[in-house]
Design a protein around this ligand. Sequence first.
Ligand code: RAM
Length: 356
Amino acid sequence: MTFTFNKSSRRGIVASAAVLATATLLLAGCAGGTPSGGSSGGSSGASEGTSGGGGGSVTVIPKSLGNKYFEASDKGAAEAAKEIGLTFSEQGPTATGSADQVPFIQTAIQTGQKAIVIAANDPTAVCNDLEQARTQGIKVIAFDTDTDCRDVFINQATVDGVAKGLVDMTAKHLGDKGTIAILSGGANAANLNAWVEAMQAMLAADHPNIKVAKVAYGEDQDEKAYQEAQGLMQSIPDLAAIIAPDTVSVKEAAHYLSDTPEYQGKVWVTGLGLPSEMKEYVDSGIVEQFGLWNPEDLGYLATFAANALIAGDITGKEGDKFTAGKLGDYTVGANGEVVLGPLFVFDKSNVGDFSF
Ligand code: RAM
């Protein structure tokens, strides 16, 4: 089934969305240009023809700087801030420890930000600081991964949708039997742990002949993820596949496999990856297919949600509605969650169509 994405001033694309046995998958349009960001600072003014925003400034705090996934979400957030007329900055740690984001939350409080848009490495470790911000009237928007103390959560896709997409790809490749491993990122990350748990439950319930030998953690760090991929391939003799639900882990598992011909054709790697980082591995045949969404759209949507909270248009209760610029209208669901859209499958036919 082919979906035509609306051509617009942005580099529009026409892509055939892979139709899996259980779902038709569609990715919201993708912007051109390479992901910017990763640096803090930067201000913006309302562009002509856009309605003034709630006003003030918003700080985005990613899991870590230097991760191209968050550079892409940062690009989308900056684009939205410019459209709305919010002053925008990105602040964050280079490490991915549970408390590494705390100093940046404190900075946001002390500089009087109107909103904090955060992807927390740990859903609870930052709550004392986020609640301090909220008591001072600062709106807190979780994006990419949830935290226990926020007004809304901007989720890239449903947990079951992500888990089922990855499990179905792997089961289809394996002929529904074999030994696999899961290589995740941060061990405390709410999003990653939700996907791992959902995959394990689906495999146990629907794929009894696929066994998960081990779950390892690359901590969203390149070198650690590479070493963990090496450890899995070297320590599990009948390993047939690795599922890596983290852009750093899937890139580094493919990197190790590319460096080690003895495991090529024996261990199949898939996961959640950036097309810009995975294209070389798809083109060389190391990786056949992987999933994701548009992280630029995720940052863009989160910033429009922040503005809607700042302006008082929404409070985060179920049923609240807001318009997110080029992405259109969104409704807040149960537990304050807003879902961007479903998972998209990348492969040789489309991996070159995207720049994030
Ligand atoms: C990494 C991070 C991020 C996750 C993606 C898929 O970049 O862990 O939180 O959403 O992978």
